[in-house]
Design a protein around this ligand. Structure first.
Ligand SMILES: Cc1cc2nc3c(=O)[nH]c(=O)nc-3n(C[C@H](O)[C@H](O)[C@H](O)COP(=O)(O)O)c2cc1C
Length: 185
């Protein structure tokens, strides 16, 4: 499969087959895709908390936001694996600090890069994913022993899709709106 084909196939999945578990082997391959990702100053400001056991899954569902059907994970009941990406302190080069006066400036972008690689790795393994941006930080800390203030930036739901369907059409802004050459238009 070409990379374009992989990109067109990947989509956020919100209906999982709860009877199929994701193997540890596959989960580790997905984490490896995150671990190998680039980051500003190679700071690697992440820790991947993999959740695949019943008690921990219940804790994760408890820490996700479920009321609003448009965001969060009201569909999380059938998900048998989650990977939370927790931001860790980034050690960046002194020049970056002098320039931006904020050592955390790159970290969220870094985590986005890692998350994307992880989603594509999952897709290549025949698994589906959905990034979940909304969570209850305090519950994450309490339920998993995450140190206070270590933000859970993103949780990835990982699993087998309930149904094999044709990929949905991608709803994206038109190229002319998001791209210009050589000057701002
Ligand atoms: C940072 C981020 C946070 C997201 N949070 C949620 C979420 O909380 N719940 C959800 O169902 N989808 C979430 N999504 C999925 C987006 O809604 C989805 O990527 C977007 O609509 C494009 O659709 P596609 O992924 O199927 O191509 C999130 C995606 C990203 C990148």
């Amino acid at each position: 499969m070409s990379f374009l084909e992989l990109m067109l196939k990947r989509e956020s999945c919100r209906a999982y087959d709860g009877s199929r578990n994701v193997s540890r082997e596959d989960l580790l391959k997905i984490v490896e895709a995150g671990r190998l990702s680039p980051s500003g100053c190679n700071a690697q400001p992440w820790k991947f908390l993999v959740v695949d056991e019943e008690d921990a899954l219940a804790k994760m569902r408890d820490a996700l936001v479920t009321e609003d059907a448009g965001t969060g994970a009201p569909w999380g009941d059938q998900v048998n694996a989650f990977i939370a990406i927790v931001e860790t302190p980034a050690k960046v080069m002194p020049g970056v600090l002098t320039h931006y006066k904020d050592s955390q400036r790159f970290a969220q972008g870094d985590i986005g890069m890692a998350a994307m690689n992880m989603c594509y790795q999952a897709e290549e393994l025949g698994l589906s994913t959905c990034p979940i941006g909304l969570n209850e930080q305090k519950k994450m800390e309490k339920n998993f022993g995450i140190p206070e203030g270590r933000e859970v930036r993103l949780v990835l739901a990982v699993g087998y899709a309930a149904e094999e369907t044709e990929p949905r059409e991608k709803i994206r802004k038109p190229l002319e709106e998001v791209c210009c050459f050589n000057e701002w238009k």
